[in-house]
Design a protein around this ligand. Sequence first.
Ligand SMILES: [Zn+2]
Length: 313
Amino acid sequence: MHSTEEEAREETIRMLNVYADFCENVLAMPVTRGRKTDKEKFNGAEETYCVECMMHDRKALQAGTSHYFGDGFARAFEITFTGTDNQLHYPHQTSWGVSTRLIGGIIMTHGDDNGLVLPPRIAPVQAVVIPIAQHKPGVLDAAGELLKRLQTAGIRTKMDSSDKAPGWKFAEYEMRGVPLRIEIGPKDMEKQQCCIARRDTGEKAFVPLAELESAVAKLLDDIHQNMFAMAKKNLEDNSFTAETLDQVKEITSRIGGGFVHTKWCGELSCELAMKEQAGVTSRCMPLKQSGTTGKCPVCGKDCTTDIIWGIAY
Ligand SMILES: [Zn+2]
């Protein structure tokens, strides 16, 4: 609750940016910041802002929303406050949230045919140490030493010394999306090295034991950057501009989703026609508007608003 509209609007945008920052810099999910149309906004809100993400199947997910309510709910529920002028006023309200849908978003943005791919910054286990030929003398101790060093360095690490075969363990931690797998066996011990495999690319590299902590920290950071870049490429590769309803239809049916950018006249009837004829809903009007004039793909009227259409979860 805020005493002024200005403060409440500032808070609404601040929270939108908090969500955008969290999605991009923690979850490695690129976002498009925008505002919802009247049809798609929260009932009773004056404005609904959102961060929209594209999943790897090219469908859209509204990853978070931030609403400016004005004083409508305060009036409806007779919520008042005494202002500095000693008079009663209705406060201006905001409401914002992200939910467990973000967990679905992580899975659907980054997952692949082998299972989960977890962004390193939220992975509960960032690295798993797997001893190779662990019955041989010294292997378990060497693997335990790696575990201890990484944990001391603040990296969320676990070791699997169960008697399952290494191949079984590899597949299991791949499916669970653990960003790094660290193998050490008798040959590695001789060479004072370990083998580190990345979940995102499948690449393997030998790392001198002396450089373990710094190499793992750098790899975790590289994985975050790469996962963000891959998701961004998916977003860019599947974003299109259309001028006619037929083009929107063609792109959407060919891509099975995608983000289709058009102009929009602001009429509900044109928004509904998009849904009925092209099977898409308006995702958002991006906060960054081009300012150019074009034609609404449905009615053909000149208009300036940029809007994004897609198939949403
Ligand atoms: Zn129109």
